[in-house]
Design a protein around this ligand. Structure first.
Ligand code: DC
Length: 207
């Protein structure tokens, strides 16, 4: 069983994916972390995330980087969004994601193009979204919890910029797959969103 979860930053897709993986007993891959590692590695190399050759060279990041908390920062998210525009980078990360999806027993993957490009044959596809204002409030609370400082306005502007870049890029833009279930979490708390996602996936699997 393969479950594909796509959606913009801070929509709740990570939380929902982890909960689905736990509920269905499947391994989970946060594909955004791979792009974040590329973005971070570009910076460590002294390169430019907007430059395709620099971004491609950073796809050789060491595995240990994936465990680095710095990948959770807004700075790494922004670098990831810029590095992920390049088709060469998407191609370099494709096989790894595809192999994870195809392991025996199945998997849950979350990202931007899982249902459209990585596993178009997934058994259930969720497109998780929420208003930019509510996503900014959530991200702000997470950042405050980590002791990072930023105003709500700055975060909202950054999310809007990131959404525009992710949705308008030429290669694998952020769009719902035709057969995705659209899932708006704006008015849901965490437990409600998880319960509704499990119900939606069960309905799709039995339908
Ligand atoms: O989900 P996230 O915020 O960790 O993702 C960071 C950036 O990585 C996002 O702005 C775009 C890129 N990304 C992507 O292009 N494709 C994916 N499957 C996952 C993330």
């Amino acid at each position: 069983m393969i479950i594909a979860v796509d959606g913009p930053t801070a929509s709740g897709k990570g939380t929902i994916s982890k909960a689905l993986a736990g509920h269905f007993g499947l391994p989970h891959l946060d594909t955004g972390l791979l792009y974040r590692a590329v973005g971070r590695q570009v910076a460590l190399n002294g390169g430019d995330a907007d430059n395709a050759a620099d971004a491609l060279a950073a796809c050789d990041f060491p595995e240990s980087l994936l465990a680095d908390d710095v990948l959770r920062s807004e700075g790494s998210g922004s670098l990831a969004s810029r590095a992920s525009v390049h088709p060469q980078v998407r191609q370099a990360l494709f096989e790894r994601q595809r192999a994870f999806a195809q392991q025996a027993g199945g998997a849950v993957l979350d990202g931007r193009d899982i249902g459209t490009v990585i596993v178009p044959e997934a058994d259930a596809k969720l497109f998780v979204t929420a208003s930019v204002q509510s996503r900014a409030v959530r991200r702000h609370a997470e950042m405050v919890g980590r002791g990072e400082s930023a105003t709500l306005e700055e975060i909202e502007a950054d999310l809007a910029r990131r959404d525009a870049r992710d949705m308008n890029r030429m290669d694998a833009p952020l769009v719902p797959a035709k057969d995705a279930m659209i899932f708006d979490t704006t008015h849901f708390d965490k437990d409600e969103a998880i319960a509704a996602a499990i119900e939606a996936v069960n309905a799709r699997l039995s339908g």
